[in-house]
Each structure stands twice: as C-alpha cells, then as structure tokens.
Write a new protein. Structure first.
Length: 370
C-alpha cells in the first residue's frame, strides 16, 4: 500500500533531503548536492518564500520511503505571465508508476485547492534554480547548477499524462576548436570596430554595483523568454553570496558601448568535479578541496550570456563568447557548456553554431492540466 504524507517534522524534512542518496546510489554520473544548499532552499528564509509557497510530501510503502515531491505556488510567475500555473519540483521516485502517480496526484490536489489549473515542472523551486528533466545525455555528469536524473523519470511523467512544454539544450564547446577558427578571430575584430564595444571583466572590489548591473541586464535581456521570472533583489544577493566563493573573475564579463553596460557573460568553473567527491558535505575538511583541486577542473559552464534587446543582431554575443572561451582556456579549461538554451531561441542557437557548439544534453519541461 502506498501512503503519501506531508513533511511536518524535522525528521521528515531530513529524510526528504537525504532521499536522493537512495535513488542514485548506483549512478556513477550523479553529483550529490551539498546538504547545506538543499537545507537553505527549503528554509523559510530562502528568497523564494518572499513570493512563493511550497508543501513537501513523502511517499511510503509500509515504513519505507519510496519517493518525494514538492507542490509549489509561485505568485511572481503567475503575476508575470498572468496565469494560474502551479509547479512541482524536488521530484525523486523509485521506478514504480503507482508511486509516481500517487505523488503527482497529491501535488495536483494541493495546487487545485489553491486555484491552479496547470501543473508545470520539474522546477525546484523555479526556473531560476533547478529546472527541467534530463531526457538525453546520460553518459556524462551534470555541470555546475544543472540537473541529473534517472532515465525512467521521463516515462513516469509521460505515462502520467505530462506533455512536453519546452526543450532546453546544453551545448558542448571545444575551446581549442574555437580559438583556432580564423572566422571567429576575424569576426571578433570586425564587430568590435563596427560597434565600438568594450569588454571588461567584473570588478570584485565594487561587487555591489556590479551585481546591480547584472540584475538590470538579466531582467531586461531575459524578460520575453519562456518561463522567465524576474530575479528579486534577495535572489540576486543569494546567488552573489554563493558564487563569490567560487567565482573566477576573469570569466565574468560586461560589454559596454559608450560607457553603458549592454550585455554580460557569466561563466563558472565546473566545481561539480570537486563536489562529486564530497558526498554532500563541505565540512569539516572537504572545503579544502575547493582550493587544492581547482587546478584539475577542465570544464566550465556559461551560465548567463545576454544582450539588451536594442543591441541584438550586431554580433555582440559572438564577441562575448570569443572572450569567454579565450579567458577560460587561459585558466586551463578545455571544454565549456553553454546551458541552458531554449529550443526556440534561434538567436542563441545560431551563436552556438557559429562557435561550433554541439548539443550534448537535452532537458524537457512538462505540463499537465489540473
């Protein structure tokens, strides 16, 4: 018999957080999340709870926990998109359709009580965090900040009735291949001369102002994108606090024309290479690996690259990609991942083709009527 219970006690919350270790114990590609990060995301003090609500549930067979899910209401998303969409996230489940159905039914009922008419996800807890379901590209580990899940999750969701709403792509970039392409070198010079664009790295000594610039560009450049939710001040500050510890300043760029910021590119070294060895725990000594093993990281992830709408179509994105790849190669990076990119974002996909990026992982976002 399958029983679904809301998470109400501290013990249940700990069980909810640690359940993935059961699902992925034999998956060599899984990168265990830092326990402290998951606890922070589920804390009432987390920025999401300024505008959203969430209920966690656990699935049991007898006394054994066999699944988990979060039902999520995001008022900021509904305001931005003028709809009544609800969300599910933090979904983990054994390979049992009945368990998955019970979890999803429970999340759907919780959302229905709150007037939602669509269930969308997985979003943990929103598109500004862990988003989408891996459906292709299981032969390598996820890069920093990207999701990973068992192959059978796709069947569990689609058998339930979920339909794909959008595809998200991760592109693999070969740094050497980009830097040896004479078209990239020549194009970079032409665009710079034609637009007068100046590229600079982030000033870590003036981080507060730099973050404000990043916030403005992000909220304007991504505004029309599928699933977009503007980042609040608190969300940006949380990201900045976390990234500050692992940021490589030479990989964070601003593009300026006539002294005004018009674009940005934010790339982080793939610290998942190190986190994979930590089994979820940064302390007491694992944090030292962040310093001792940094030199062994050969991948980086381009997390953000955006140009203000009025400056698009001038090749400025290619300049940012070129500068990013050049700087990454200088710190020992051999490969980059640009992710995620919407399947209908033709401009960004053309940019990837220009630098010979190849789709190597695909993620789906799903919806089902409530």
């Amino acid at each position: 018999m399958i029983t679904i219970k809301p998470v109400e006690t501290r013990r249940q919350k700990t069980q909810f957080i640690k359940f993935p270790w059961k699902i992925y114990k034999n998956d060599p590609m899984w990168v265990p999340p830092l326990l402290m990060d998951i606890k922070e995301k589920l804390s009432p003090k987390f920025s999401f709870f300024e505008f959203g609500t969430m209920q966690l549930f656990l699935a049991y067979k007898g006394n054994e926990i066999v699944g988990r899910i979060a039902a999520i209401q995001n008022d900021l998303y509904n305001k931005e998109h003028n709809n009544k969409t609800g969300f599910f996230g933090f979904f983990e489940c054994i390979n049992d359709q009945a368990v998955a159905n019970a979890l999803l039914d429970t999340a759907k009922a919780w959302l229905l009580e709150r007037g939602r008419d669509i269930m969308h996800g997985p979003a943990s807890p929103s598109s500004n965090h862990d988003y989408g379901l891996l459906v292709d590209g299981f032969d390598g580990p996820p890069r920093l900040g990207m999701v990973h899940n068992p192959k059978y999750y796709q069947a569990l969701l689609e058998n339930y009735g979920f339909k794909k709403s959008m595809g998200l792509f991760a592109y693999k970039i070969d740094a050497q291949r980009v830097m040896e392409d004479p078209k990239m070198v020549r194009g970079n010079k032409i665009v710079r001369a034609r637009t007068g664009v100046k590229i600079r790295t982030i000033n870590m000594k003036d981080l507060k102002n730099e973050i404000n610039i990043l916030r403005k560009i992000y909220n304007e450049a991504w505004e029309k994108n599928y699933g977009f939710v503007p980042m609040t001040d608190k969300e940006i500050d949380e990201y900045a606090a976390g990234f500050k510890q692992i940021a490589e300043p030479s990989l964070i760029f601003f593009a300026e024309i006539d002294g005004e910021p018009i674009g940005t590119a934010l790339t982080l070294l793939d610290y998942n290479y190190i986190f994979k060895q930590m089994n979820g725990r940064l302390f007491p000594f694992n944090f030292l690996k962040l310093f001792t093993q940094k030199k062994n990281i050969t991948w980086a992830r381009v997390m953000l690259l955006g140009i203000l709408p009025q400056y698009r179509g001038r090749g400025l994105d290619a300049v940012l990609y070129y500068e990013t790849v050049k700087a990454a190669q200088a710190v020992g990076v051999e490969y980059g991942e640009a992710s995620w990119i919407l399947e209908d974002n033709d401009m960004m996909r053309r940019g990837m083709e220009l630098i010979k990026g190849e789709i190597y992982k695909t993620y789906n976002v799903y919806e089902v009527a409530i």
